[in-house]
Design a protein around this ligand. Structure first.
Ligand SMILES: *Cc1c(COP(=O)(O)O)cnc(C)c1O
Length: 409
């Protein structure tokens, strides 16, 4: 049986081994500390990061905030739904992309996904459009862009804004456009495990000046800094990024292109190596798209590999390689927050405003979601992998699949 060489360590995005943090970040941090201005309302680092980020993505406005969850919250607040309005989203995502919908009094309306990409599609979205639909959130899962042309065409026809959750898809492209810049608003995360990091952090982008103003206000207790006759205009929080994070973010942004190039090259190498393993489907990146390769997600066909994704995950672990079989394991609506509608006190608000269809989480309504989660096996991905790491992953995967199938290696 293939066994990982004990000397081969895998870089991890949870510590310095798999991060690009270095002297550039330290230099900026030193300048921030020496300057002594650590709030973004007075300092320069967060503003510089916002400008550089907007420029890199070719978009008019970018506002940094405290997390990817905060970024999603800003997007929803900018759209300003009425209580009980529905926001279409996916059940295969981070919970931080869902709870902001409820905090703004709206109802997450789950669309099914394509089982191969685990992304929502124009067809799955169309099935859950209702008179109460106020916005559509599109999550580009694992870094692979959703089919934005068809989704935006549908949304435009109905006059519904699209929010892109590009937390896993920084610098991914669909038809030559960066994910996050295609819909009305784009959201990104700078959390520890994302492409570039400040530990916690987020950023929101848009080309629409009215939405941009509301996003900036929502980050700043709805106080319009720099305008005449300012006032606290509406309900909003302090979601600001600090200058310490801004200092790190600015340095990290300078390393992003390199991170993407390396992840792309490494992914092409692994794909070439494992594409012919029976029962394994390599990531489906459409020809008109480029993945940001946040993770490398394969599908395991349980009809060919007995035990499916969990069996292969177990086999990989026995061979020294960690993975996440079935990703988040269950659709988000199976979590207690949705099953018990635990929100404000004992009120269950805003679920009390929902139509029965909007909160019908019957399994039969989500065949792609269950199929996708059952089959997916998520491999950690890192720009610091070398050809040795790729070879080890390929051999371990081959070996794990062969033992699960009872084929002698
Ligand atoms: C990471 C992530 C978020 C939340 O970001 P945080 O910075 O952890 O709050 C939201 N959506 C998706 C798809 C994510 O991967």
């Amino acid at each position: 049986m293939f066994q990982l060489q004990s000397s081969l360590r895998f870089p991890s995005d949870q510590d310095a081994s798999g991060r690009t943090l270095g002297v550039e970040e330290l230099d900026n941090l030193r300048r921030a500390i020496e300057c002594g201005t650590l709030t973004s309302t007075k300092g320069t680092f967060v503003k510089s990061f916002e400008h550089a980020f907007a420029e890199r993505l070719g978009i008019a406005h970018a506002y940094a905030c405290s997390s990817g969850s905060a970024a999603i919250h800003c997007a929803i607040a900018a759209i300003d739904p009425e209580p009980g309005d529905e926001i279409i989203t996916t059940a295969i995502t981070d919970m931080g992309a869902l709870t902001p919908i409820l905090f703004q009094g709206a109802i997450p309306r789950f669309a099914d996904v394509d089982p191969f990409t685990c992304n929502v599609t124009a067809e799955t979205i169309a099935r859950v459009i209702s008179p109460k639909t106020k916005a559509i959130i599109v999550t580009h899962l694992f870094g692979v862009p959703a089919e934005m042309n068809a989704i935006v065409a549908l949304a435009n026809r109905l006059g519904i804004p699209v929010i892109e959750d590009a937390a896993q898809a920084l610098l991914a492209q669909d038809h030559g456009r960066y994910t996050g810049t295609i819909g009305a608003i784009g959201c990104f995360s700078l959390q520890q495990g994302k492409h570039i990091t400040t530990g916690e952090g987020g950023i929101v982008v848009t080309n629409d000046p009215a939405l941009a103003r509301r996003i900036a206000l929502f980050i700043n207790k709805a106080w319009p800094y720099g305008e005449s006759n300012p006032d606290h205009e509406f309900i909003a929080l302090n979601y600001r990024m600090s200058e310490l994070q801004g200092a790190v973010a600015l340095a990290q942004l300078g390393k992003l292109d390199d991170v993407l190039t390396k992840r792309d090259e490494l992914a092409a190498r692994l794909t070439a190596r494992i594409a012919t393993i029976a029962g394994i489907s390599v990531p489906q990146v459409p020809p008109h798209a480029r993945s940001a390769w946040w993770k490398y997600a394969v599908r395991v066909d349980a009809a060919i590999v007995p035990g499916g994704s969990p069996a292969v995950g177990k086999g990989l672990l026995e061979r020294g390689i960690a993975s996440a079989p079935r990703y988040i394991v269950k659709p988000a609506f199976e979590c207690r927050i949705f099953r018990e509608q635990n929100t404000f006190g004992s009120s269950h608000w805003p679920f009390t405003l929902a139509t029965p269809e909007a909160v019908d989480y019957a399994r039969a309504r989500f065949p792609g979601t269950y199929d996708g989660l059952e089959a997916v096996l998520v491999l950690a991905w890192n720009d610091k992998y070398t050809s040795e790491h790729i070879e080890a992953i390929a051999q371990a995967l081959e070996s794990a699949v062969e033992s699960a199938r009872g084929v002698l290696a």
